[in-house]
Design a binder for this molecule. Structure first.
Ligand code: NAP
Length: 326
C-alpha cells in the first residue's frame, strides 16, 4: 500500500495529543515527512517524537519542499481558509480540524475551493466517526423506541482558567463565532445531525457567563428537525454538572453515553474506538479511491457551523438554518 507523505502544520494540543497517537497506529498509511509550527521549538519537539521529519520555519516552505502529498492543519481556526487555499494551489491534499471556519460566510469559500479542486479537502470532525452515535441511529431506525418525538442534550464541560484549551491565545480572543460555542458546538451539531437529520429552525439564548473563558460559554436552545422531532440542547463550557443525552419515542426512550446506550431497561454496550484514527483512515481511503463521502465533506461541516451560528445569532427569535446557508 502506498503511504501518503504527510506534513503536520501546527504543533499544539490537537496535533500532539489527538493526531499523533492516531497517526502512530497508522504508520502503514501515513509517513510524517515534514512539520512546521509558529514556534520552531514546538515543531522540533514534535519532530523528535515522530521519527524526525524535516522541520520547516514556515508553512510556505513546507508546501514548497515537495516532501508532502497532504497536510494536516491543526491551527487557529481563522487560518483554515488561507491555509487550505495555499495547499490546493500547490496541489496538496488537506485534512483540517473542525470547525470548518470562523463563520459560515468564510466557510462557504472553503466549500467552493474544495468543489473546484481535484485535491481532497477533508474536515476532521471526529464525532462523525464515533460509533455510539451510529449505534443510536441504527437502534432508532430499527424502531426500538417507536417514532422519535423529542431529544434533549445537556452538556456541562466545566472548564476554568487552568484548562489548557482555555489558555490557548486564539481562544482567549476568539475570531470564531461564539468562541467556545462553535469550537465545541460543531461536534454536538454533527452528532445531532448524524442521528436525527437536518435542523430546520432554532430559538436560542447565548451568553458570556465566565470571565475566564474567551467569547461566549453558555447556550440554551429549542429547535425542530425537518422531520418534526423537537430538541433541546444546552451547553455550558464553564459550569459543572451531569451530562445527559436522552431520546424519547412513542414506545420508549434511550440515554446515550460514550460507551453504551441505555435502551428502555437494556444496556447496549458500544465498543470504544479512536475516532481520530478513524478519521485519518477515512481521509486516506478518500484520497486513494477518489471517492468522497459525507464524513469529511466540507459541506457537512458547514451545516454543523450554520446550526451553531444560527444559535448564537438567534437572540431568542425563531431562526431558520437555511437562511445561513443561502
Ligand atoms: P493550539 O494548542 O493553540 O494549537 C494551534 C497551533 O497552531 C499552535 O501550536 C501554534 O503554534 C500553531 N500556529 C499558529 N499560527 C501558526 C502559523 N502561522 N503557522 C503554523 N502554525 C501555527 O490549539 P488546538 O487546541 O490544538 O486547536 C487547533 C485546531 O484543532 C483547532 O481547529 C481546534 O478547533 C481543533 N481541535 C479539535 C479537537 C477535536 O477534538 N477534534 C480538539 C482540540 C482542538 P506554536 O504552538 O508553535 O506557537
Amino acid at each position: 500500500m502506498k503511504k501518503i507523505r504527510l506534513g503536520i502544520v501546527g504543533c499544539g494540543i490537537a496535533a500532539r495529543t489527538l493526531h499523533f497517537p492516531a497517526l502512530k497506529e497508522l504508520s502503514h498509511l501515513f509517513e510524517i515527512t515534514a512539520v512546521t509550527s509558529r514556534t520552531r521549538a514546538h515543531a522540533e519537539e514534535f519532530a523528535r517524537m515522530s521519527g524526525n521529519p524535516v522541520v520547516f520555519d514556515s508553512y510556505e516552505e513546507l508546501l514548497d519542499s515537495g516532501l508532502v502529498d497532504a497536510v494536516d492543519l491543526a491551527v487557529p481556526v481563522d487560518l483554515n481558509l488561507p491555509f487550505i487555499e495555499r495547499a490546493l494551489q500547490k496541489g496538496v491534499h488537506v485534512i483540517c480540524e473542525k470547525p470548518i471556519s470562523t463563520d459560515v460566510k468564510t466557510g462557504k469559500k472553503i466549500v467552493a475551493l474544495s468543489r473546484n479542486s481535484n485535491k481532497v479537502v477533508y474536515i476532521a470532525e471526529n464525532f462523525r466517526h464515533a460509533s455510539v452515535f451510529w449505534k443510536a441511529k441504527e437502534l432508532i431506525e430499527a424502531g426500538k423506541i417507536g417514532e422519535v418525538v423529542y431529544t434533549s442534550w445537556q452538556i456541562w464541560v466545566g472548564m476554568d482558567e487552568s484548562n489548557e484549551y482555555v489558555r490557548t491565545d486564539w481562544r482567549k480572543e476568539p475570531k470564531h463565532v461564539g468562541g467556545f460555542l462553535s469550537d465545541g458546538g460543531v461536534h454536538h451539531a454533527a452528532a445531532l445531525r448524524l442521528i436525527f437529520g437536518e435542523v430546520e429552525w432554532v430559538s436560542a439564548v447565548a451568553e458570556d457567563l465566565s470571565p475566564h473563558l474567551g467569547g461566549m460559554d453558555f447556550l440554551s436552545t429549542l429547535f425542530e428537525f425537518e422531520n418534526g422531532i423537537v430538541g433541546n440542547y444546552t451547553v455550558s463550557y464553564s459550569l459543572k454538572g451531569e451530562d445527559e443525552f436522552e431520546v424519547v419515542g412513542t414506545k420508549g426512550k434511550m440515554f446515550i453515553f460514550w460507551d453504551k446506550i441505555v435502551l428502555n431497561d437494556d444496556v447496549v454496550a458500544v465498543p470504544q474506538e479512536d475516532s481520530y484514527q478513524r478519521e485519518f483512515e477515512d481521509f486516506y481511503h478518500v484520497i486513494v479511491t477518489g471517492k468522497p463521502n459525507n464524513l469529511g465533506n466540507p459541506e457537512e461541516a458547514l451545516k454543523d457551523l450554520a446550526f451553531i451560528e444560527a444559535c448564537v445569532k438567534s437572540n431568542g427569535e425563531k431562526t431558520f438554518i437555511s437562511e445561513f446557508l443561502l
